[in-house]
Design a protein around this ligand. Structure first.
Ligand code: FES
Length: 105
């Protein structure tokens, strides 16, 4: 289980318990985090699960694959150096304490 904090578009923080192996997108949508639409259902195509990494154990994040980078570059709004697609990140204990800011598309 990883405890992940999502900063929603209105600035409020939402702490979500993400079960081991579940993507952060699924954990967020299950918990009703605002701004994560996940139109493609986690297929790395829509970028509506886009978040910025704010703080926490960033070294525990998985390396970004080409597909994630391509979707961020071509589909996401306001891609930044800290951009990630939450459907491409599986929860691990080591990620507990991570804070993400929701961008959506
Ligand atoms: S849910 Fe569509 S890219 Fe993540």
């Amino acid at each position: 289980m990883a405890q992940i904090t999502f900063i929603q578009p209105d600035g409020s923080a939402r702490v979500v318990d993400a079960p081991e192996g579940e993507t952060l997108m699924i954990a967020a949508t299950t918990a009703g985090v605002d701004g994560i639409v996940a139109e493609c259902g986690g297929s790395c195509m829509c970028a509506t699960c886009h978040c910025l990494v704010v703080s926490g154990p960033t070294e525990a994040l998985p390396v970004m694959e080409d597909a994630e980078r391509d979707t961020l570059e071509f589909t996401a709004q306001d891609m930044q150096d800290t951009s990630r697609l939450t459907c491409q990140i599986k929860a691990t204990e080591a990620l507990s304490g991570l804070t993400l800011r929701v961008v959506g598309r």
